[in-house]
Design a binder for this molecule. Structure first.
Ligand SMILES: [Zn+2]
Length: 301
């Protein structure tokens, strides 16, 4: 009993002795983070890319200094224009490098107020695997009625990807939309029943049929509909040309035109559309570019 008390006192006496150095280290760490950077100030039109050498399918964070009294601007690369937003005198813009972009030096043209210019970024090569899948022949040999339907759906979506809502609906990091291990990765060159088709423009999450699908971030539901290839599909507009897509759902729990919060229930995992089994197909579009959703800002997968 006595020994136990002594030990407790011993520990109690040593804790305060250990605490000050720890507290000092923590304070120093905070102070270091708050210190202004010694790097020379970024000039207007000097673009800093993260990642510095993006690959096809990457979402790239670009930061530059805004001219005085200018609060927004745009960046244009490979024919796609992306809107930036102000973050304390700087402009942050997320740009999408489409899955099909060829590697090489690319011109990024910027416009901020009346000022314009260009800056270069190198897109580096990325290897994508291949995948052969067997699906019902009705998904590869389309009848005339289905071709008409697929064409109308493509026109509807292509029109949507070209729209860029002025407002940015999100401010927090993106979250994973379903629980489950990863399936087919982004960018796979695909063959359905032996026929070459579009590459895999999203990722698959092997979630169980009926498990919940959540909004990766806040935004507006712009599609909540049954589409031929992607089955029951929800599309969220996050603003500034960024969209996330949730496909093959067994049930949709939201309606078009409503605002959703981050992690709000969108529907349930299913196997509708062109699939080989139940899973969540999750994709993202940025300025119309097909980008890997795993690159969404702040996402930890
Ligand atoms: Zn998929």
């Amino acid at each position: 009993m006595k020994i136990s008390l002594k030990r407790n006192r011993f520990a109690g006496l040593h804790m305060p002795a250990l605490a000050p150095p720890l507290a000092t280290v923590a304070l120093l760490a905070v102070a270091f983070l708050l210190l202004p950077s010694r790097a020379p100030a970024m000039s207007v039109g000097e673009l800093v890319f993260d990642p510095a050498e993006p690959r096809p399918g990457d979402i790239v964070r670009v930061v530059t200094r805004l001219p005085m009294k200018v609060h927004a601007g745009t960046l244009t690369v490979e024919g796609r224009t992306f809107k930036g937003f102000e973050t304390g005198g700087l402009m942050t813009t997320y740009i999408g490098i489409d899955l099909g972009v060829r590697p090489g030096l690319k011109d990024v043209r910027w416009r901020m107020g009346a000022e314009t210019g260009a800056y270069g970024v190198r897109v580096v090569d990325r290897e994508f695997g291949k995948e052969s899948l067997k699906v019902a022949s009705s998904y590869t040999d389309l009848d005339p009625k289905t071709i008409k339907r697929v064409t109308a759906e493509k026109i509807r979506l292509d029109k949507l990807w070209k729209q860029s809502t002025e407002e940015r609906y999100w401010s927090k990091s993106f979250v994973r939309p379903a629980v489950g291990p990863g399936g087919s990765p982004f960018g796979l060159r695909r063959f359905f029943n032996g026929q070459a088709r579009s590459p895999h423009s999203g990722i698959d999450i092997k979630a169980n049929r009926g498990s919940e699908v959540y909004a990766s971030n806040s935004g507006m539901v712009v599609v909540a509909d049954d589409l031929f290839f992607t089955g029951n599909t929800v599309v969220i507009d996050h603003g500034l040309g960024l969209y996330t897509i949730y496909a093959h759902l067994s049930k949709i729990e939201v309606e078009e035109g409503v605002m959703v919060e981050r992690a709000q229930l969108l529907g349930l995992v299913g196997a509708t559309g062109r699939v080989t089994g139940p899973h969540l197909h999750w994709a993202a579009k940025l300025g119309g570019a097909r980008v890997d959703p795993l690159g969404l800002p702040g996402l930890v997968f």
